[in-house]
Design a protein around this ligand. Structure first.
Ligand code: SF4
Length: 94
């Protein structure tokens, strides 16, 4: 599910610095796990999607590091770490 347009505009103010390894990974073999489906609905940035094979995919660009997907899906299906120092989201309010 993608974020609503108003939400996208607000999220577009944030700055994201890439670097290092992916800080969230779907564990190998968990792409079709039912527990991962929750991420399709709870990620506020709409970064999870379902492909034609019925597998959940994650595009980390725009991750807010909120941890909602980790709580909703659990660590059996997701590896979740904060990004390395200097990388990740910088919030812009206003
Ligand atoms: S940490 Fe938050 S923003 Fe990032 S992928 Fe998980 S739910 Fe989405």
């Amino acid at each position: 599910m993608s974020a609503p347009e108003g939400m996208k505009a607000k999220l577009g103010r944030n700055v994201f610095k890439t670097g290092g390894e992916a800080h969230i990974r779907i564990k190998p073999g968990a792409e079709k796990d039912e527990r991962l489906r929750a991420a399709l609905y709870v990620c506020p940035a709409g970064l999870y999607s379902l492909n034609k094979q019925g597998e959940v995919e994650l595009d980390l660009d725009g991750c807010l590091e909120c941890g909602t997907c980790r709580i909703a899906c659990g660590t059996d299906v997701l590896e979740w770490y904060y990004p390395e120092g200097g990388a990740g989201v910088q919030f812009r309010f206003g």
